[in-house]
Design a protein around this ligand. Sequence first.
Ligand code: MRU
Length: 343
Amino acid sequence: MRTIYWDGCIKMIDQTKLPDEFTILEINDVDDLIFAIQRLSIRGAPALEAAGGYGVVLACYERDFDNSERFKEYVKNRAEKIERARPTAVNLSVGVKRVLKKVLESRSIETAREVALREAERIAEEDIIRNKLMGSFGAKLIEDGDGILTICNTGSLATVEWGTALGVIRSANLEGKRVRVFACETRPLNQGSRLTTWELMNDGIDVTLITDSMAGIVMQKGMIDKVIVGADRIVRDGVFNKIGTYALAVLAKEHGIPFFVAAPLTTFDWEKEMKDVVIEERSPEELKFCHIKCKNCRIAPDDVKVYNPAFDATPLKYVTALITEKGVIFPPYDREVPKILRT
Ligand code: MRU
């Protein structure tokens, strides 16, 4: 299942409609793309990397210019606007910057448009390849019969096609390992209950939905052998991922359960530390209504104060290993990660 692709415009699965409706959104300009990113029609760090790349292609076609310097200035401004659409996942900016660089290096507008599309397509293709590699490295960590806890959606929908943490589970399943996945619903936007369960059920993989607050009991009852999550940004002292991940990591340590993070190297931002990263805060309405799709099901007083961070940071001391497309990295991360990033 391809989440995002180019077909004269950007086409993407509208993830706000799942699991009820499977619809393809057509995005023809940068403002619509930003809106789609902010309302989570497209989401998940690697999928945002592809969206960022394709977004710069859209910017190249938005207006006609007779002067290539003015064209480049325009595309640069639009690219910066895409980068700012969501602040936490570094991949959005990685995708934008990579295609923008090609545009700025081009001699003519026509060439810029061609190379931009080629580069954006390359980002998407590379994502599929690296996810499969991550899947095969990560699958070695999984044993037949494992109970695996995960949060948010890290599958096809969060990437271009295969998945990071869910990609590892999918690869293990293909190798014949029978796993039982426990999917945290992932409040408030329910990427776990709406998307992860849907993907795994489509693949015939055993999945049980739990609320986020049930993670403790399933670990205590011995139902979980491993926790595997994705990442939006990995810095030198921690992993940013969907809100609730930190609590899972602390619980996993308490219960002696390995805690794995699967992410491509483009998610690493090793120059930075946790204190340097902006955690996106989203609308209070997401907590005050039972679901984004149900605008009249109020579950909190209208004027209650709300704190709604979309991500949290898990210190690396809780992470048993990082699964990447170049292999599995074990601690000490300050020594091992730079080695992999250099290769
Ligand atoms: O707010 P979202 O749905 O974009 O958050 C996504 C996550 O937190 C994922 O776990 C992360 O991007 C890794 S996806 C392969």
